[in-house]
Write a protein that binds this ligand. Structure first.
Ligand SMILES: Nc1ncnc2c1ncn2[C@@H]1O[C@H](COP(=O)(O)OP(=O)(O)O)[C@@H](O)[C@H]1O
Ligand SMILES: [Mg+2]
Length: 340
C-alpha cells in the first residue's frame, strides 16, 4: 500500500478502507471532506453501522507562511483522545476507532448531527453563558483529574515536542522576535513553562476546536497535549474570549463578562489545587497569548489592523504592570480595548 495515501482522494480512501477491512468490500462508503482545519485533512466516512471522521496529519500546514510539522503528531492526538476519554464524562471527546501510524491517520466516531462549531456561533454573536461555564469548568476538571493521576500521566504525556514546535516557538518565540519590548518577558515565560510540570495541558483549548451537540461541549484536536503548566490552557482560552471582545465591539461587555465568568468557573473547579502561583502564571500566559495571536506566526484571522494594535497594547500593559489577579487582568485588557 502506498504510504502517500491522501484521504481527500475518494478512490484512494475507498481502496484503503476496503483493503484494510475497515469497510466490507461490497459496501461503497460515503465520504465528505470536512473544512475547518489547516494542519490536517478531515473526512467524514459513512457506511451502514459506520459514522467516522478520519483525520490525517499534514507535514506542511495549509497556512500563508511555510510551516512544517512532523505528521507523527497524529499519534500524540490518539493518545490525547484516549487519556481525555478516561478523565471526562462520556461524550466529551469522540471515541477513538483506530490509529494508522504509517499513514499518519486516525479514525474517531463522528460527533452526531446536528452540531455547531462554537467559534462560528461566538463570531455570530451567539454567546451562551451556560456553554462558557461548561467549557471552563471542564478545563478545570481535566487539570485536576489529571493532576490526581500525575505518576502515570506525567509519563504518558511526557513528550512535548509538538507543544514546543507548534506553540512555544511559533507563538511565544516568534512574537519575541517581532516585539522587542516583550522579548525578555516571553523568553522568561518560555523557560518557566518548560519547568512547570503539573497537569495535562490540552494546548489548543479554543472555541474552534469545540462542537456543540445537544447543549454539550465536545472537545476536538489534541495534537499538542502534554504534561505541563495548566496556566497555559487558561491564558490561551481566555485570549479567545477577549479576542472576540476586541473584534465585536457592540458585544464587548458581554464577552468581557464571559471571560470573567470563565475564569470564575475554572477557579471554582480547580479550587486552589495548583496554589496561588497559578494565577500569576495565568496572567503571564494571557499577556503572551494576546500578543502571540497578533504578532506570532498564527494571528487571529478575524482581527482588523486597528484591533491588532489594541490587543498588542493590552498585552504589553499586562507585561509591564502585571495585575495581581486574573479578574483585574481581564478588566485591564478591556480598558485598553476601549481606548482607540
Ligand atoms: N469527530 C468529529 N466529528 C465531527 N466533526 C469533526 C470531528 N473531528 C473533526 N471534525 C471537523 O473537522 C474540523 C477539523 O478538525 P480538527 O480536529 O480541529 O483538525 P485541525 O487540527 O486540522 O484543526 C473540526 O472543526 C470539525 O468541524
Ligand atoms: Mg482544529
Amino acid at each position: 500500500m502506498p504510504l502517500s495515501l491522501d484521504i481527500e482522494d475518494r478512490d484512494a480512501l475507498c481502496d484503503y478502507l476496503w483493503r484494510t477491512g475497515r469497510v466490507p468490500a461490497d459496501v461503497a462508503p460515503q465520504m465528505h471532506v470536512l473544512a475547518g482545519g489547516v494542519s490536517n485533512r478531515t473526512v467524514l466516512v459513512r457506511a451502514p453501522g459506520i459514522c467516522w471522521v478520519l483525520k490525517q496529519a499534514l507535514a506542511q500546514l495549509r497556512v500563508a507562511v511555510e510551516w512544517h510539522s512532523d505528521p507523527r503528531r497524529i499519534e500524540r492526538e490518539a493518545v490525547g483522545l484516549q487519556v481525555l476519554a478516561a478523565l471526562t464524562p462520556h461524550g466529551t471527546v469522540p471515541e477513538l476507532v483506530f490509529v494508522d501510524a504509517a499513514h499518519h491517520l486516525l479514525a474517531m466516531q463522528a460527533v452526531a448531527e446536528p452540531h455547531r462549531n462554537w467559534k462560528q456561533l461566538l463570531l455570530a454573536g451567539q454567546l451562551d453563558a451556560s456553554l462558557v461555564a461548561q467549557w471552563a469548568t471542564l478545563l478545570g476538571q481535566i487539570h485536576v483529574a489529571s493532576h490526581a493521576q500525575a505518576a502515570q500521566l506525567a509519563v504518558t504525556l511526557d513528550d512535548r515536542r509538538f507543544f514546543e514546535s507548534l506553540r512555544l516557538e511559533p507563538y511565544y518565540g516568534y512574537a519575541a522576535t517581532q516585539v522587542p519590548a516583550a522579548a525578555d518577558a516571553l523568553g522568561a515565560l518560555i523557560a518557566e513553562t518548560r519547568q512547570v510540570r503539573l497537569a495535562l495541558v490540552h494546548g489548543d483549548y479554543s472555541p474552534k476546536n469545540v462542537l456543540i451537540h445537544a447543549g454539550r461541549v465536545v472537545l476536538l484536536d489534541h495534537e499538542v497535549i502534554h504534561w505541563g503548566d495548566p496556566a497555559f490552557d487558561v491564558g490561551f482560552a481566555l485570549t479567545h474570549l477577549l479576542g472576540k471582545a476586541n473584534h465585536l465591539a457592540p458585544q464587548r461587555a458581554a464577552f468581557a463578562a464571559a471571560a470573567q465568568h470563565a475564569w470564575a468557573c475554572y477557579a471554582a473547579a480547580v479550587a486552589l489545587r495548583f496554589g496561588a502561583a497559578l494565577e500569576v502564571r495565568v496572567v503571564r500566559h494571557l499577556a503572551a497569548c494576546l500578543l502571540a495571536r497578533v504578532d506570532g506566526r498564527s494571528p487571529l484571522e478575524y482581527l482588523a489592523p486597528d484591533a491588532r494594535a489594541r490587543q498588542r497594547r493590552a498585552a504589553l500593559r499586562l507585561f509591564a504592570r502585571p495585575p495581581s489577579s486574573v479578574a483585574a487582568a481581564i478588566d485591564c485588557v478591556i480598558e485598553e480595548l476601549e481606548h482607540d
